[in-house]
Write a protein that binds this ligand. Structure first.
Ligand SMILES: O=P(O)(O)OC[C@H]1O[C@@H](O)[C@H](O)[C@@H](O)[C@@H]1O
Length: 278
């Protein structure tokens, strides 16, 4: 079942209920703000100070960073998708009872590529973002900017990045050499994955669960948390929230940009599943 809700600020949300999950998606940004598999706790972190207004990216959930990831000289950070209105292109329920949604973004500027996001909402969550280049060649970077809810960040471990080199962008990154990664605070890492496929596991002993992110056609994994001071400095986050989430993002970030010619397409995929800790 899908119900549409329009907020006083003019944002449209699709609230979804299936036998396997509930979810909520904002049409601005094709932005999932909630995904809760049946019988489990909420999987996505949504900042209690998130701002829901037109033209402002929502802090939490799964922002879609596209067609560039990170800062840009002539445009908003993380691209135009987060603050653009997407169109619901197709919906259906598959034989298992999963809800399939497909959303489209055709920017007015035909120099920009077009995007289709396909979601499969069930006991796991699959996302496929297809980019098709229109008039002009495109240097594409992108990411599913997953904000995962955790019980206490400092108790968590991230497995699957042990032997992968990364670039650290945090101004004052945490210092430790632990493998697997045990985040203690501020970190902003882009891992350059030699394989375009792989699996990352976020273990959370406080919530007694592990979140697995499987990726395809994605050469980058980004791990981000601003730390307590960084969170305090962000009006839509706040100091109290810093250890309640970890962003483990799937994408293709610089220097793994894709160079696509008009007519060419590329699809990045991720599948998220949740299980009790063994
Ligand atoms: O504040 P924004 O634009 O949502 O970005 C949040 C963070 O997103 C992460 O993906 C980046 O690696 C960080 O550098 C950035 O600070």
């Amino acid at each position: 079942m899908i119900s549409e809700r329009v907020t006083d600020q003019g944002l449209t949300f699709l609230d979804v209920e299936t036998p396997f999950c509930t979810a909520s998606l904002c049409m601005q940004g094709a932005h999932l703000v909630s995904w809760k598999p049946a019988g489990q706790q909420e999987c996505l972190f949504l900042s209690p100070k998130a701002v829901f207004s037109r033209g402002k990216a929502i802090r939490g959930g799964i922002p879609v960073c596209w067609p560039w990831f990170g800062a840009a000289e002539n445009g908003p950070a993380h691209g135009i998708a987060r603050t653009s209105e997407w169109r619901l292109h197709h919906q259906e329920t598959d034989m298992r009872g999963n809800l399939l949604l497909s959303l489209a973004l055709y920017p007015d500027d035909a120099g920009q590529p077009a995007a289709i996001l396909r979601l499969t909402l069930g006991s796991s969550l699959a996302m496929k973002l297809e980019t098709t280049v229109r008039r002009l060649p495109c240097k594409l970077t992108e990411a599913f900017h997953n904000y995962f809810a955790v019980g206490n960040l400092t108790k968590c471990r991230v497995l699957g990045l042990e032997n992968i080199s990364f670039r650290e962008y945090a101004a004052q990154p945490m210092k430790h050499g632990e493998r697997p990664l045990a985040p203690l605070g501020c970190l902003d890492r882009v891992y350059d994955c030699p394989d375009h496929t792989g699996k990352i596991i976020l273990e959370d002993p406080v919530m007694n669960r592990s979140i697995t992110v499987e990726r395809e056609h994605a050469s980058s994994v980004i791990v981000w948390n601003p730390g307590q001071q960084g969170a305090a400095d962000m009006a839509d986050l706040g100091a109290d929230s810093w250890n309640k989430f970890l962003c483990v993002e799937t994408g293709n970030a610089s220097p793994c940009a894709l160079h696509l010619a008009p007519g060419q397409s590329h699809t990045v995929c991720q599948k998220i599943s949740v299980a009790p800790l063994a």
